[in-house]
Design a protein around this ligand. Structure first.
Ligand code: ATP
Length: 424
């Protein structure tokens, strides 16, 4: 959620919502027509509680402003369902938690999940739109990622091509770099938590084990995550630094993507532990050299020797990957930049069209996830950003010669101009 302020001004409308709502035939001139004033979509939704709506609310087919549809996944404590915003018609994922099943620890993890997600706004991180609470349930309204998860993709289609691996890994790296820059540690990065949108954009999800630290050098001591992705220091029961364990998990994900198998496998937990502590893995020789070097730079026993995210960003293997928008969301931050201002103006216009008044918006704290006004604001903001291409996956332009394979002479030649040679 950007730190933008809600302000309703007399804005020119860039894009109409009417085509998306029940009021598709309506237009601004209708207000001047004789007879009773037309109800706005918001008024219709909140005043017309017909029998059907009431029944839907009772049986859980409607939650707040959302119409609930089929199940799309389930986790240890949650079920995830597809839903639609009743006003904007946008698809969302509804993560449903039964509060009666949550013990003290699960409640603490959940509140960390919510507070981490509230401060994250990045094209490669699943966006939290709203939190809806009823006496028995908590609903996290999330951006919908309809392209499945990375684990399932590799399980069904096998290892990824070099280019697809690059495109996917570059987006995971963009998300983790962003999180670490604002001191959020994921702690449960795994292929199952890497989701795709239908356009192939990566969305890192599931912040159930995440934590916010005052700075990235704070030592942590809670064992979190999934054993095949856990770093050696976690198995050694030592205190650990958050960024290093996320980096290790990224190395495991990368290995899995390019080979289709996990680097550390064993029949028992004891054997897996030994394998990880000894850092016993072998990269198949057919994995391209630059990618092998990246894996080996990440999967190192000693956290201090492991690549930092900045080193990964500049590695040979990722050099030809180009984002079509800046991977830093600053240009889309509503407090900075012309583009952000334009986006904000569009969203304000759409909110007005739906029937949100100046008063509604002024009385709403934009960072309050428990407000339905925030929910619709974030959905519209995200939609406006997507229309400007912020959910487009990066592309691979040209190819990079592997200096080690080109021979020392060619390598010396390259070093004088640039470190690597990108051929387009
Ligand atoms: P776990 O016990 O594995 O940690 P969890 O209870 O934290 O799970 P999630 O992993 O967040 O729940 O979600 C469970 C499943 O729901 C995911 O594997 C995924 O298939 C689906 N899912 C979650 N979020 C989304 C989303 N935003 N869009 C689409 N599908 C989603």
């Amino acid at each position: 959620m950007p730190g933008g302020q809600y302000q309703v001004a007399n804005t020119k409308r860039h894009h109409s919502l009417y085509s998306l709502t029940d009021e598709s035939e309506a237009g601004p001139d209708d207000e001047k027509a004789d007879g009773p004033p037309r109800l706005t979509p918001l008024q219709k939704l909140t005043t017309d509680k017909d029998e059907k709506t009431i029944k839907e609310l009772i049986i859980g087919r409607r939650v707040g402003f959302y119409k609930v549809r089929g199940e799309i996944g389930c986790g240890t404590f949650s079920r995830v369902k597809l839903a639609f915003h009743a006003l904007t018609k946008d698809k969302v994922a509804l993560k449903i938690l039964d509060k009666t099943r949550l013990d003290g620890q699960a409640q603490r993890l959940l509140s960390k999940e919510i507070s981490s997600m509230e401060c994250l706004q990045h094209p490669n991180v699943v966006c939290l739109y709203e939190v809806v609470e009823t006496p028995s349930r908590l609903y996290l309204v999330l951006e919908y990622a309809g392209g499945g998860d990375l684990h399932n993709r590799i399980y069904t289609e096998g290892k990824m091509s070099d280019n697809d691996s690059k495109i996917t890994f570059a987006q995971i790296l963009a998300a983790i770099t962003y999180m670490h820059n604002i001191n959020v540690i994921h702690r449960d990065l795994k292929a199952e938590n890497v989701l795709f949108t239908s356009s192939g954009c990566v969305k890192v999800a599931d912040f159930g084990f995440s934590t916010q630290v005052s700075n990235c050098n704070v030592a942590l001591d809670t064992f979190c995550g999934s054993p095949p992705y856990a770093a050696p220091e976690l198995f050694r029961d030592e205190c650990y630094l958050g960024p290093s364990v996320d980096v290790w998990a990224m190395g495991v994900v990368l290995f899995f993507m390019v080979t289709g198998s996990m680097p550390f496998r064993a029949e028992t937990m004891g054997k897996l532990r030994r394998c990880v502590i000894e850092c016993a893995y072998t990269v198949p020789p057919w994995v391209p050299g630059p990618c092998q070097r990246l894996i080996k730079g990440i999967l190192k026993k000693a956290p201090a020797q492991r690549y930092a995210v900045d080193q990964m960003l500049g590695c040979d293997w990722l050099l030809p990957v180009q984002f079509l928008w800046p991977p830093e969301p600053a240009s889309l931050d509503s407090e900075r930049g012309d583009l952000a201002e334009e986006v904000e103006e569009e969203v304000r216009g759409l909110l007005e069209e739906l029937g949100f008044s100046t008063e509604h918006l002024q009385n709403n704290q934009p960072k309050n996830s428990r407000s339905p006004v925030t929910g619709v604001y974030r959905i519209l903001l995200h939609r406006a950003q997507k229309r400007r291409g912020c959910d487009s996956p990066p592309v691979v332009r040209g190819m990079v010669r592997d200096p080690k394979r080109e021979g020392l002479r060619a390598y010396r030649g390259l070093r004088h101009t640039s470190k690597f040679c990108v051929l387009s």
